[in-house]
Each structure stands twice: as C-alpha cells, then as structure tokens.
Design a protein around this ligand. Structure first.
Ligand SMILES: [Mn+2]
Length: 319
C-alpha cells in the first residue's frame, strides 16, 4: 500500500520497538536515513535500532552518535533506501516482514506493507527529513549530519543531475542545525586511503572501451580487493570512474563478490537510462545510476552488460 508522509509519521507514532534495515553495500543515503530515523524515534522515547547486513565503512563512524545502541526484541521492521529485499543480503527474510518502507527508487518492488516512495527525490534522506518534521522531532547537530550525508552522497556532492532546489534547501537547513558539512564532504569525496589509490591504479590498467568509446568497462577481481587494505566503500567508489572519461555515455564497473556473483554498476549520461538496462538482468536503480548481478563468471557478466549497454547506446542514437 502506498502511503504519504503524514501516514508514515502516524504509523511511526502509533507503534514502537523498531528494527530499521539499511541496504548491503551501505552508502551515505541508507546509513544517513537509518541513523536519522533511529535517532528521531529514540528522541520520541521509543526503542529503535538501525542495522546493516554488511560492515559499515569506518568513514561513516560519525553517524553513530545520532542514536544509542539499544537491545530489545523488535516488533516492527522499517526499511530505508531499500528498493528490493534482495538488497538486504542475510537479512532478506527480516526485510520481507517490513511494516514500512521509506524509499526513493522508482524500481521499488513494493515488498513492504506500507511504502512511502518519492521517485523524484535525489536522496531518501530528503524524504526522511520530511518524515522527521512530520514526527515533530527537532533537528540537532547529530540528526542534521545524517540527513546532510544522504543528500550529499546520493548527488555526488550536489553535482549529479538528480540534484534539485529542494536538495539544496534541505542541505542548507541541515547546515543551520550544525551539520559538519566540511568534514562530511571531505571524508566522502576527497579522502582516499592508500589502499584505494592502489586499487584505482590496478583497475585502471585494464579499462576497456566499446562502441567507439561511448561504453567503458572496468573489472574488479575479488583477489585484487583482498590483496589490498580496502573496504567495500573503496570498491564501491570505483563505479564512478569510467563515466568521468570524456565521450563515455555508459560507465560500467563489474566487481566479483565473495559469494561468487558479479555485480555490475552502471553510470550513464542522459543518453541511456541505467535502471532500464539493469532491469533486463533483474536489477534496477535510477536513470543515471543502476546495478544488477550475474552468476556465471566474470566473462559472461561483462559480455552481457557490455552488449546491453552498447545496444542501449545504439537505440538512443537511432542506429
Ligand atoms: Mn539512496
């Protein structure tokens, strides 16, 4: 059932003992949303815990102060920035019992009993900002850091075309409440570990081009990742590199996962809808950024996603 912000706030006010789920390969938006909601509910005197199926990169440690660790038996599951319970890894089954989902992915599978969805929002944190206001919880520095983080990270530091005046207004509002924007943008956009630099060095050695340079592919073998001191976030950030190259309309990053699957991440220009390409392989995402998984080895994964991307480019050019 689709609900609005007011209905989501009413549900949250009427119940208690919340388990908030954030997606695997956690990013600033899901983590910002989860910790902001958890903190807001706790400030209302409710019990809440935000959990992630995978380890949270250390650079996000500053989000943890928004809420306290609480142990209790949960009664209500809320998923934030989670388009599909497949994105919950080991916690998929818990996600399938979700009472509420707060999300901004057009490809949301409507798995929760109640879904608050705004596909036009750049970040789920923009929607969480509205929910927290509807809950009547006052923002403070800690909550502001959470919301600011989601708006900044899902827009590539307010650079992607999904950024709207609303995104900036919410970020500005968070600055008024003391969000540490300089630190947040530094750790999320400038700071790189030595491992990350080494990883980029190795991966860029083998960049491949297709369709006259309009499609670029990098691949990330698990053995390489494991040989370096890097975290999931360092690996995730690689996905943005191919699209930074002049002339590339579809930038693809295929990374080998521990379970033997291969995750393809797409970043596209206006020419190609990333989510549409990824949907063909059971994935999804947004217009300019999408992802999907393959299960038959690196070669198969790369061949299929490259072919589909080249096809989408040709279709867009009317070839
Ligand atoms: Mn998001």
């Amino acid at each position: 059932m689709k609900i609005d912000v007011q209905q989501a706030a009413e549900f949250l006010k009427a119940n208690d003992d919340y388990l908030i789920l954030m997606h695997a390969s956690p990013d600033g938006d899901t983590l910002g949303c989860g910790h902001a909601l958890c903190g807001a509910l706790q400030r209302m005197g409710k019990r809440a815990r935000a959990v992630c199926p995978e380890e949270i990169p250390h650079k996000f440690d500053y989000l943890f102060s928004a809420c306290e660790k609480q142990e209790f038996e949960h009664k209500n599951v809320v998923c934030v920035d989670v388009a599909d319970t497949k994105l919950l890894g080991d916690m998929k089954e818990i996600g399938d019992t979700a009472e509420l989902c707060i999300d901004h992915h057009e490809t949301n599978t409507d798995y929760a009993k109640r879904t608050l969805l705004r596909g036009e929002y750049a970040a789920a944190c923009e929607l969480m900002y509205e929910v927290i206001n509807a809950l009547g919880v006052e923002f403070d520095k800690e909550l502001a850091n959470c919301i600011y983080t989601g708006t900044a990270t899902d827009t590539g530091c307010f650079k992607f075309s999904n950024t709207t005046p609303q995104t900036h207004l919410i970020a500005a509002e968070m600055m008024k409440f003391g969000a540490d924007y300089a630190m947040i943008n530094y750790v999320n956009f400038d700071l790189k570990t030595q491992g990350r630099i080494k990883l980029e060095q190795e991966v860029l050695k083998n960049i491949r081009y297709f369709e006259g340079g309009r499609v670029a592919l990098i691949s990330v073998p698990l053995a390489l990742v494991q040989s370096l001191d890097v975290d999931s976030d360092d690996v995730g950030a690689l996905a943005n590199i191919p699209r930074q190259i002049e002339g590339v309309d579809v930038g693809i990053c295929v990374k080998e996962k521990k379970n033997g699957s291969f995750k393809a991440s797409l970043r596209t220009s206006k020419l190609v809808n990333a989510a549409e390409v990824c949907l063909k392989f059971g994935g999804g995402g947004h217009a300019r950024a999408g992802g999907c998984s393959f299960f038959n080895g690196a070669e198969d994964a790369e061949k299929r996603i490259v072919e589909a991307s080249c096809e989408a480019v040709r279709a867009a050019l009317g070839k």
